[in-house]
Design a protein around this ligand. Structure first.
Ligand code: NZQ
Ligand code: ZN
Length: 383
């Protein structure tokens, strides 16, 4: 079936544009007077976004408690500590200020506080949450789509897992996206963000179901991002280009690209998560390595689907040139396309294969088998 049965749901109110975060206090006040403000390792203070948010919250007379220090590829320990603080202070609303790592952590904090459970129990589906703490987000990095979706991803080094968890309770109540906040994102993370949003569109593309209009929309998001990316590299402070990428990133994972589909694939993300877990590689950098490798593995299995993508993106329906065009794009924006380029030596081959095997990494539509792991690892080595 080209168009599969589906249900669409997205309750997040999105505010987009210059200055939108200045009004967050008014929105927060609707949910209570005690705020848990969550952020990362300091960029938001350095560049002044913290002051805007705190001033707005204070103007409404709200009481602010803070948890900072969330790291990229966030860990469950931080979420647990923040949830303890939130419970002690009886917080009523969470404000997450940062990129995907901060927002994802805040989503699971909300569940842990409201259901009085250990955060990891949600990630492993051992606990079934029935409520959450209202969440408002100020996004500072365009990439993950977490600002308008129900997903969160956390690492646990004790169990050796990086897991994603999707629940309708995870949707932010409101998200504030000011593209001018993303002007300070360094070049490497700007590139990783672009890779990530493209990878989200691709995960949808390779899912089950091929609704023609959604195929066109999905390919348009990718083309738009590629076009903006080329210009953005030479003009990182250009507001319109930053706004274009920010909108692309939200559209790539807010549900739109899964209309008429039974599922996405997500096999490449599964591989990427294992690399982040092992080497703390930034999320987007794992995907610029793993996507071309996955496509090389799949090209004889699904040549038509890869070819259709190529015809919409690059004007070729040849799977090989589709893959090389994508790889070239990643190289042009200085995203790594081999393990070595991400600082992972070739000698790690066996470790990578063992990790993929241990966690039985697979997509949902194009299933991977243990025999695929060495092949895909070798493609990630010899890009
Ligand atoms: O910690 P600070 O100082 O804030 O610095 C951050 C961090 O070092 C910095 N940064 C963020 N905004 C900035 C900025 N620096 C300067 N100016 C700004 N405006 O950027 C670094 C990376 O931040 P991070 O939040 O880790 O990046 P990203 O937004 O790419 O999030 C990645 C995480 O999201 C998960 C990934 O697995 C990864 O853990 N994902 C979440 C998804 C979801 N919830 O739907 C889907 C994705 O596929 C992804 O898995
Ligand atoms: Zn991603």
């Amino acid at each position: 079936m080209a168009i599969e049965n589906f249900t669409a749901y997205n309750p997040t109110k999105l505010h987009f544009g210059k200055g939108v975060a200045e009004n967050i206090g008014k929105s927060a006040k609707k949910y209570g007077s005690k705020v848990l403000l969550v952020y990362g390792k300091g960029s938001v203070k350095k560049y002044g976004y913290y002051d805007v948010v705190v001033n707005s919250l204070r103007q409404e007379g709200l009481e602010i408690f803070e948890y900072s220090g969330i790291k990229p590829n966030p860990v469950v320990e931080d979420v647990e500590k923040a949830a303890q603080l939130g419970k002690e202070k009886n917080i009523e609303v969470i404000v997450a200020l940062g990129g995907g790592s901060v927002i994802d952590s805040a989503k699971i904090m909300g569940l842990a506080i409201a259901n009085n459970e250990h955060p990891w129990n949600f990630m492993t589906w051992q606990a079934n949450p029935v409520r959450s703490v209202p969440l408002l987000c100020v996004l500072t990095l365009a990439a993950t789509g977490t600002e308008m979706n129900g997903a969160a991803v956390l690492q646990n080094h004790t169990t050796g897992q990086k897991l994603g968890y999707v629940n309708p309770l995870n949707y932010p109540k409101e998200s504030f996206l000011d593209p001018s906040y993303t002007v300070t994102v360094p070049k490497d993370y700007t590139a990783y963000g672009i890779v990530d949003l493209i990878a989200h569109a691709l995960e949808a593309w390779f899912g089950k179901g091929e609704p023609p209009v959604i195929d066109r929309i999905t390919a348009s998001i990718i083309s738009d991002a590629m076009e903006h990316a080329h210009q953005l590299l030479s003009e990182p402070e250009n507001y319109d280009l930053r706004a274009g990428i920010m909108l692309d990133a939200t559209l790539a994972l807010n549900g739109l690209t899964s209309y008429g589909k039974k599922s996405g694939d997500w096999g490449v993300h599964a591989i990427g998560h294992e690399l982040s877990l092992l080497y703390d590689t930034p999320h987007g950098a794992t995907l610029s390595i793993a996507y071309p490798a996955w496509l090389k593995l799949q090209k004889e299995r699904i040549p038509k689907r890869i070819g259709k993508l190529g015809s919409l993106l690059f004007g070729t329906n040849d799977p090989d040139s589709t893959i090389s065009n994508l790889e070239e794009f990643f190289k042009k924006i200085h995203a790594p396309v081999s393990l070595e380029q991400a600082g992972i030596p070739v000698s790690e081959r066996e470790t990578v294969i063992a990790q993929l095997t241990k966690n039985r990494v697979s997509g949902m539509h194009h299933l991977l088998t243990p025999g695929d792991y060495p092949v895909i690892t070798d493609f990630m080595i010899h890009a």
